[in-house]
Write a protein that binds this ligand. Structure first.
Ligand code: PEP
Ligand code: MN
Length: 336
């Protein structure tokens, strides 16, 4: 249930409502909108006596949330959530393009690619230092040395950096270097990891699991929000279907569905969605047309030599063309 306070309700009234919720044995979370505050009542399914709160001073109304995801639902927010990333704001009018290599492989590779994506108009830089590989014998990432290179790339380009965190133990080291933490598809239901990143205040990219439903994605986001971190963006990255021609199947439907169900920003990773560079730009255009707030794109200075995901990585000049096309699509639907 949420308790929507009146616009202009005093802090004393808000505190009194929150205190009563706690006294009744429920958890609370306050959502500060621009006009009003929402007090979220978090319980274990026990019935809440709604009317007792309806009559309290400063309360406008109480609303039950019927979905299993609560803080993630639109009911628990005063509007679309936006997420500040340096100069860019995700979830706002502008489509935020984040790009870079799948893995950080060397200083030269990372810095060259970083400057190229910045030049092409990317607003954030990606690069994995801890890689969730299908085979234990494949390149596993450079670890902390990779994070240091990523930090240098941030310094040189001014772009905020995104990198994957694979376990709770890695959270301190990754938060030390990165601006945005990525939870990979394979870890979408690693609930302990979700709670750990929920205790940070870093923006999180939560990728949809390969075999996960939209509702399961939202329930995973709920774990992060329930720990107090509301800075979450959801990422569609393709799901497994019977089709094997492309690496995964882009669930374009998920974008408008998620935008309806949740206040969180929604982004698309067209690279893992298709697995082949030749289709990345077309699917990126489709994602933006469907309402995505941002894109996460793999770009490599020399895809032929990449240690991971070279086949789906764009060369810098092709990425620059993607950015141009995506901005045109954005303009045609009243975005930037
Ligand atoms: C990645 O971003 O390089 C990655 C491993 O993505 P996913 O978790 O979506 O497979
Ligand atoms: Mn990858």
């Amino acid at each position: 249930m949420v308790i929507v306070m009146r616009a202009g309700a005093s802090q004393k009234e808000i505190d009194a409502v929150a205190a009563r919720v706690k006294a009744d044995g429920f958890g609370t979370q306050l959502v500060q909108g621009t006009e009003r505050t929402i007090v979220c009542v978090l319980g274990d399914g026990r019935p809440v006596d709604q009317h007792k709160y309806d009559v309290m001073a400063g309360v406008e109304k109480t609303t039950r949330i019927l979905q299993p995801f609560k803080l993630t639902s639109r009911t628990a927010s005063a509007g679309d959530s936006t997420l500040q990333l340096n100069g860019a704001r995700i979830g706002d009018k502008q489509i935020v393009v984040m790009a870079g290599p799948c893995s950080i492989e060397s200083r030269t590779q990372m810095l060259e690619t970083a400057h190229a994506v910045k030049e092409a108009g990317a607003q954030a830089l990606r690069g994995g230092a801890f890689k969730p590989r299908t085979s234990p014998y494949s390149f596993q990432g450079m670890g902390e040395e990779g994070l240091q290179i990523l930090a240098e790339a941030r310094e040189q380009t001014g772009l905020p950096v995104i990198t994957e965190v694979m376990s709770s133990e890695q959270v301190p080291i990754v938060t030390k270097y990165a601006d945005v933490l990525q939870i990979g598809a394979r870890n979408m239901q690693n609930y302990e990891l979700l709670r750990s990143v929920g205790r940070t205040r870093h923006p999180i990219v939560l990728k949809r699991g390969l075999m996960s439903t939209i509702e399961e994605l939202l329930m995973s986001a709920e774990y992060i929000l329930s720990e107090g971190n509301r800075n979450v963006m959801l990422c569609e990255r393709g799901i497994r279907t019977f089709e094997t021609y492309t690496r995964n199947t882009t669930d374009i439907n998920a974008i408008p569905v998620l935008k309806e169900m949740t206040h969180l920003p929604v982004i698309l990773d067209p690279s893992h969605s298709v697995g082949k560079w030749a289709y990345v730009t077309a699917v990126a255009r489709a994602g933006v047309a469907a309402g995505a707030d941002g894109l996460l794109v793999e770009v490599h200075n020399e895809p032929d030599t990449a240690l991971s995901d070279g086949a789906q990585s764009l060369k810098p000049e092709r990425f620059a063309e993607l950015v141009r096309q995506v901005r045109d699509v954005a303009a045609s639907i009243g975005r930037e």
